[in-house]
Design a protein around this ligand. Structure first.
Ligand code: ADP
Ligand code: MG
Length: 182
């Protein structure tokens, strides 16, 4: 199993954000994670990526316990957070090289992901000059730099125009050929 959540709950103070959910995702699946606003989707994804700890329950990614061993688990995971935080004053290539440095992967990986997500023609631009769809591609490129097995994408198509929405879905489908995607 690529992802295995068992009886996960999360409370922020008095606010119950996630109440005892369990699910699993098999290797190579692309799974949609749906629910109304405030249902606890982003919180669940933050738990899955080791960004916050659950109040109760267990979470495994590629059989690695995310709570006990977050760094090892995070090597398996690419995460596109909600609102795709980017340093907008940086250039596309510069930003991805910066991210590559954090992940300690070779700078060659930057060219590979730029090509893979279809950013080649925009790679010389500043992030604040890009359309929303191309900014999403940069976020996805950053998420796959270390070639993770599992991709966790939080609302990757929200706010995109219809053309870009179709293109990002196609990209996710393409990436899903050799990765598990939530
Ligand atoms: P979704 O992504 O499904 O819209 P969230 O996981 O963002 O849902 O939020 C679930 C619930 O937890 C909501 O009621 C939200 O207001 C609350 N919540 C989320 N983050 C925090 C936080 N850091 N502190 C307090 N409450 C939070
Ligand atoms: Mg959310």
């Amino acid at each position: 199993m690529s992802i295995q959540l068992t009886s996960i709950s999360k409370r922020y103070g008095t606010q119950q954000a996630v109440n005892n959910i369990s699910f699993s995702v098999k290797k190579g699946e692309i799974v949609g994670f749906l629910g109304p606003n405030g249902a606890g989707k982003s919180t669940t994804m933050k738990i899955l990526t080791g960004y916050i700890k659950p109040t109760a329950g267990a979470v495994l990614v590629n059989d690695i316990d995310v709570v006990m061993n977050p760094i090892e688990a995070q090597k398996q995971i690419g995460y596109l957070p909600e609102h795709n935080p980017l340093y907008l004053e940086m250039y596309v290539r510069e930003y991805l090289q910066f991210q590559a440095g954090i992940h300690k992967v070779s700078k060659d990986a930057v060219n590979v992901v730029i090509e893979k997500v279809g950013l080649t023609i925009e790679a010389h631009k500043k992030l604040n000059q890009l359309s929303k769809g191309y900014r999403q591609r940069v976020g996805i490129a950053a998420a796959i730099l270390h070639n993770p097995d599992v991709l966790i994408l939080d609302e990757p198509t929200t706010g995109l125009d219809p053309n870009q929405l179709v293109e990002i879905r196609l990209l996710i489908k393409e990436l899903g050929k050799d990765k598990t995607v939530l």
